[in-house]
Design a protein around this ligand. Structure first.
Ligand SMILES: Cc1cc2nc3c(=O)[nH]c(=O)nc-3n(C[C@H](O)[C@H](O)[C@H](O)COP(=O)(O)OP(=O)(O)OC[C@H]3O[C@@H](n4cnc5c(N)ncnc54)[C@H](O)[C@@H]3O)c2cc1C
Length: 481
């Protein structure tokens, strides 16, 4: 997963390293290989980078001084938050020429908006900390990911993260009203603020959301907060077959409307992986089904969500869409059901190598995607085990494939590009996207060029050149150099 373009740049010398280190102080400039190691390896072990220096600034001003120096000297800068990204965007190349900018010390909660509708936090605040700050003010910050204990607000915005609450609240993009960004030359754009409406020219904020550290460094954000639901009702339902997925979703939408806050699905085989490899988990239902769905309905009044959920499940059972279901009777039981779903990625590690896709299609075409992708996988890699799961209500499928039992992990992973191209071809034929929520990073930059039009790629390159003329920001990510 290395291309020759990742090896081209020249590493900064000792003098320049000392000038960078002086900006943050020696304690926050990491050159020791053992201390650097956790920053240079990503969660799936797909990429291991090299760097002469990791800098941990604590303020926007320090970030600004670092970028001004990097821009003047032509040094590549790779932003990193919680290092939970799944496309390699936060890992420097193997060249050893780029420095890493870890934003995790930008930790201030700058404040709650006067009307309780917004919260301004710095980029290194974790998603879980931002949620807790909202909760302590009696409000909800709805963005929710399995990685939220480590993923930072800066990383979530830089990747336009999705997660399990997109169905009712939208992706990270919909949950931010303002940004503070340090530009490639070190200048600071203060675009913080809680306006709902602002049509003063081009939308600069949306340019940086999802730009994966290639257009600017996000140092703070104003987040949109919502009322906390009074009640959440959660169920884990077994489905008799693939044909039941879409009608069950449509029924849930029709009966619960905007109160349907999650509709997550996973294959039966994947649930088996979870209960086999994740300590403390167990099957919530007797027997085995080919597909499972986790449903959540939220309500503004006590008892309403539970009533809606029970009526929906009764209706679905009568219609033959659900063969069995467990409704959580307590918060602990609801957490146990969510854990099954949220452990889906982790559980695959216990089954050897995985080839992973994060794709989306129009919701109505998800079943077609699942069956067509299974066909192409069986053709290219006989015996491989597709274990899809994801955010059905967003049309977002993590089309993951575990290696055939007994096959060498490396031999299976060597098929990654061929399998990915074939799965992506199915996705594009269904009008879908090859990256629903994880971004492009390094993993998909060649595929990006294959699926986007020349006009789109040219526009992206022109935006990149306008904002980062010296190409110092996350070189070789999203777009190749
Ligand atoms: C178990 C698990 C579950 C996950 N579930 C989901 C999910 O449901 N939905 C989803 O969307 N993602 C999911 N992810 C992916 C990941 O958590 C998200 O992409 C998250 O937003 C990354 O945040 P981070 O702080 O870890 O960023 P990093 O991994 O550190 O960085 C990600 C990218 O953002 C850039 N970046 C980081 N901080 C900044 C900054 N301050 N300014 C500019 N650029 C920056 C980096 O250069 C890199 O390109 C999951 C990951 C794991 C490990």
């Amino acid at each position: 997963m290395t291309s020759s373009s990742d090896r081209s740049a020249k590493a900064p010398g000792a003098d320049l390293i000392a000038r960078f280190a002086a900006i943050v102080g020696a304690d926050n400039a990491i050159t020791d290989a053992a201390e650097q190691a956790p920053f240079l390896r990503e969660w799936r072990d797909l990429y291991v980078g090299r760097t002469p220096l990791i800098l941990k600034p604590a303020t926007t001003q320090e970030v600004s001084r670092i970028l001004a120096l990097a821009n003047a000297e032509g040094v590549g800068v790779v932003a990193q938050g919680g290092n939970t990204g799944l496309v390699g965007g936060q890992i420097p190349s193997e060249s050893g020429a780029e420095i890493v900018l870890s934003l995790t010390r930008l930790k201030q909660i700058r404040g709650l908006g006067a009307d309780g509708g917004s919260l301004t936090v710095e980029a290194g605040v974790t998603l879980a900390e931002a949620q807790a700050a909202a909760r302590s003010a009696g409000r909800l910050f709805p963005l929710s990911l399995a990685s939220e204990g480590s993923a930072t607000i800066g990383g979530c915005l830089a990747t336009n993260a999705g997660g399990v609450a997109v169905l009712s609240y939208g992706t990270a993009r919909a949950l931010v009203s303002g940004l503070e960004v340090v530009l490639a030359d070190g200048s600071v754009w203060d675009g913080l603020g809680a306006l709902k409406k602002d049509n003063t020219g081009y939308d600069l904020r949306d340019l940086f959301v999802g730009s994966e550290g290639t257009l600017g460094i996000i140092t703070a954000a104003t987040l949109r907060l919502y009322p906390e639901p009074v009640e959440r009702a959660t169920a884990f339902a077994a489905l008799p077959g693939l044909d039941a997925l879409l009608p069950l979703f449509q029924l849930a939408e029709a009966q619960a409307g905007a109160s349907l806050t999650a509709f997550e699905f996973m294959s039966g085989e994947l649930l088996g992986f979870v209960t086999r490899h994740i300590p403390g988990t167990q099957r919530p239902l007797a027997g085995e089904a080919p597909w499972y769905v986790l449903l959540e309905i939220s309500g503004a009044a006590e008892g309403r969500a539970t009533g809606l959920l029970e009526a929906l499940l009764a209706h679905a059972a009568t219609a033959g869409l659900v063969s069995d279901a467990a409704v959580a009777g307590s918060l602990t039981q609801a957490a146990a059901l969510w854990r099954l779903r949220e452990s889906a990625s982790e559980a695959q590690k216990g089954e050897g190598g995985s080839i992973k896709h994060d794709v989306s299609v129009p919701v109505g075409r998800v079943p077609e995607l699942l069956s067509k992708a299974a066909d192409v996988v069986a053709r290219i890699s006989p015996g491989a085990r597709p274990v899809p799961f994801g955010h059905f209500g967003d049309g977002n499928v993590h089309y993951n494939i575990s290696q055939p039992p007994g096959m060498a992990r490396e031999a299976f992973l060597a098929q990654w590009d061929e399998v990915a191209r074939a799965v992506h071809d199915v996705v594009t034929s269904l009008g879908g996207s090859i990256s629903a929520e994880h971004g492009i990073g390094r993993l998909k930059r060649e595929e990006l060029v294959r699926v986007k039009s020349a006009v789109e790629i040219d526009l992206m390159r022109r935006i990149k050149t306008a904002l980062d003329p010296n190409g110092i920001l996350n070189p070789g990510k999203v777009l190749s150099r």
